[in-house]
Design a protein around this ligand. Sequence first.
Ligand SMILES: [Zn+2]
Length: 190
Amino acid sequence: MKYLAFFLFFLTISESYSFVPKDAFTFDFNIKTIRMSRMKEKKIDHSIDILREIFASPEFKRRILSHRYNGRYQFAMNKGLSNSQIYHKILKGVEKLHPYDNNAMDVELELYTDYESIVVGFTNPRTRRIWMNTKYFNRNSPAEVASHLTHEWLHKLGFGHEREKCIKRKYSVPYAIGYIVRDLAKKYRY
Ligand SMILES: [Zn+2]
């Protein structure tokens, strides 16, 4: 009986990992680029193709659900949400400034140039816009741009992280899921 219970538990776990909800396949990207050359827009388009494939993959779901921090299945600074709740929040795409469950990423994207800075990009809670430094945008692969875009967008869903570099920061939702995107993009050989 005990073994049967264990087996059923295992079946449930593996089932929940491999089952990808419909939301994952229909997830859309409404990215408005601001004053951007066609060549740079093409790079963004490529990054979006990568994200579309990653968001629809069972691997993306599995990596979020199995994320561990401090010995537990959780993210740091998770706003009281479980890994599963975070995954579904992502698929709903409800940004704080665009609070509709429209199953999409809604952002504006603008490039700026600051060669002196080591900041890859930034955003703030008062705007739908995300800024990316051309210094990094130009040299980064579409996979890295996809990872960065995801990081900044997760701020739009209300997730934060420590300002200073520390252990906890890399387990935060924006960092950890940004890294998951980067890893999976490599796996798909982008
Ligand atoms: Zn950040």
